[in-house]
Design a protein around this ligand. Structure first.
Ligand code: NAP
Length: 243
């Protein structure tokens, strides 16, 4: 176990697989205790066992993070077990690709609620404690789709731009109270993301994308800066993609 994040407590959302799982493992490797959350309780329990073997404390909390009552339960479980949360990684997210004509209002609600509403609810749950202690880290895993509009991603882009604006506004509100806000904006990452809603398992293009671990390392970089420094934005793309 490393020392960089020793005595820090982190919440990672969307941790049942992909970037969230890799981030939980990377933060634990650096010494953080980790609360992992997503809907799939079995995958979270398996991850929590792996984390516990890394000699950090791990707490799995199954929750649908679009639901306020679930986020309240997540906050209560985290604070009961650890007393505080130092680091929040807002990573849970979904996407559906296609022209606007192929997207329904239900698709809009699904993407906006999972990507932005969950970020709002989780940040609202854990920021007050950080502000009170005058120390904390809030990281948003947004996307290149939060930096530029892309074809066939209109609603997904809207959700990721929303996270970006939310994070920028938050930075103004929290900086002077010692809370650092960071956005990590990756291009393609080879995970389960958008399987069945625009990406296909086994597609060779996935192999050329970045690995979840690459993004996790960027998250770690964001939360391990010297006291005087905050990293606001990390943009990253696989070599297979143009800007
Ligand atoms: P992934 O493998 O599909 O993982 C998504 C995670 O979000 C899962 O753990 C999923 O868990 C969780 N999740 C979905 N809906 C949820 C809900 N209602 N409540 C709680 N958790 C929920 O995708 P990923 O690539 O790791 O994506 C992670 C983040 O990176 C997303 O915000 C995505 O927009 C962003 N991103 C991905 C890429 C990429 O190319 N993969 C690129 C840029 C940005 P459950 O299903 O168990 O709930």
């Amino acid at each position: 176990m490393g020392e960089l994040l020793k005595d820090k407590v982190a919440v990672v959302t969307g941790a049942s697989r992909g970037i969230g799982e890799a981030t939980a493992l990377t933060l634990a490797q650096a010494g953080a205790d980790v609360i992992v959350t997503a809907r799939n309780g079995d995958e979270l329990a398996a991850l929590a066992e792996r984390l516990a073997r890394m000699e950090v404390a791990a707490l799995p909390v199954a929750a649908d993070l679009t639901r306020e009552e679930d986020v309240d339960r997540l906050r209560d479980a985290a604070l009961t077990r650890f007393g505080r949360v130092d680091i929040l990684i807002n990573n849970a997210g979904v996407g559906k690709y296609g022209p606007l004509s192929a997207l329904s209002a239900a698709d809009y609600d699904w993407m906006m609620n999972t990507n932005m509403r969950s970020s709002f609810l989780c940040t609202s749950a854990f920021l007050p404690g950080m502000l009170a202690r005058r120390q904390g880290w809030v990281v948003f895993v947004s996307s290149v789709a939060g930096l530029k509009g892309l074809p066939n991603e209109s609603v997904y882009c809207a959700t990721k731009f929303a996270q970006m604006g939310f994070a920028q506004a938050l930075d103004y509100e929290t900086r002077e109270q010692g809370v650092k806000v960071s956005v990590v904006a990756p291009g393609g990452v080879g995970t389960h993301f958008a399987f069945g809603t625009g990406r296909t398992p086994g597609d060779p293009a996935l192999d050329a994308m970045m690995d979840a671990k690459d993004v996790a390392e960027a998250v770690l970089f964001a939360v391990t800066q010297p006291p005087k420094v905050r990293v606001f934005l990390i943009g990253m793309r696989p070599m297979s993609e143009p800007l």
